[in-house]
Design a protein. Structure first.
Length: 114
């Protein structure tokens, strides 16, 4: 099985930056896809960004140009660099791994507010 632990969330002012990290442990295949989703209060969980083994990332239109996903294969870690944050980015951010099934972390809260 796969265990995922996210970190790096917090409170930030509009225009600020945060960097989320997700460490995967257990049985990890380097061919997997890692990604980030988010869920705001009263809304459905939505895709933020995913990065497959190829390294070619895919982003939601709402975060293109502001967020960057990356991964460290040696450390089984994925990152989400978030710049120019907006209040509408406020949500719980979840890390996910897809390898024969979907695995999820517990989530980390990101709040963008002045």
């Amino acid at each position: 099985q796969v265990q995922l632990v996210e970190s790096g969330g917090g409170l930030v002012q509009p225009g600020g930056s945060l960097r989320l990290s997700c460490v995967a442990s257990g049985i990890i295949f380097r061919s997997n896809t890692m990604g980030w989703y988010r869920q705001a209060p009263g809304k459905q969980r939505e895709l933020v960004a995913v990065i497959p083994r190829s390294g070619v990332a895919n982003y939601a239109d709402s975060v293109k140009g502001r967020f960057t996903i990356s991964r460290d294969y040696a450390k089984n870690t994925a990152f989400l660099q978030m710049n120019s944050l907006k209040p509408e980015d406020t949500a719980v951010y979840y890390c996910t791994v897809n390898q024969g099934g979907d695995f999820w972390g517990q989530g980390t809260q990101v709040t963008v507010s002045s």
